[in-house]
Design a protein around this ligand. Structure first.
Ligand code: RP5
Length: 163
């Protein structure tokens, strides 16, 4: 049987971001959301990034997750080339602990929005959940899977015991 078409594109500026961004991919997969992960950089592969994002809507993607660190322009560049919602994940950087990535991603000029998540793994996971929530607006079965995710999370917290 043919693979379902990916709905979410997970783009990251470097393979070094994968350790964090694989968590977004795993969460999307656990919710049954087909996605595609690619390394594309706003600075090192500007033409290929623009081409990929420009074609994303025609390829059937509905959400783009873009992760980058340092002078993190990837999410903003993606947003400039598409009308699809772009969720930005600032990577934790060695020198400034991700504050550079956060400010570069979040401080977009009015007119080109990027929905920016938290720095690092929390942002990666929440980007996947926010992408799922966007897709769930028109997919009742996905909405139920998200509801189950929240319910399992609630139960897990309530099961916690302290020493
Ligand atoms: C950014 O520069 C990437 O998103 C990465 O977070 C950071 C460092 O990249 P590498 O030098 O590890 O390839 O473009």
């Amino acid at each position: 049987m043919a693979e379902p078409k990916p709905l979410v594109a997970v783009i990251m500026g470097s393979k070094s971001d994968w350790e964090t961004m694989r968590q977004a991919g795993e969460l999307l997969a656990s919710l049954g959301i087909p996605h595609e992960a690619r390394v594309l950089s706003a600075h090192r592969t500007p033409a290929e990034t623009a081409e990929y994002v420009s074609q994303a809507e025609a390829r059937g993607f509905e959400v783009i997750i873009a992760a980058a660190g340092g002078a993190a322009h990837l999410a903003g560049v993606c947003a400039a080339h598409t009308l699809l919602p772009v969720l930005g994940v600032p990577m934790e950087s060695a020198s400034l602990k991700g504050m550079d990535s956060l400010l570069s991603t979040v401080q977009m000029p009015a007119g080109i929005p990027v929905g920016t998540l938290a720095i690092g793994p929390a942002g990666a996971r929440n980007a996947a959940l926010l992408a799922a929530a966007i897709l769930a607006n028109s997919r009742p079965e996905l909405r139920e899977r998200l509801r189950s995710f929240r319910e399992e999370q609630r139960r897990k917290v309530l099961r916690e015991t302290l020493p």
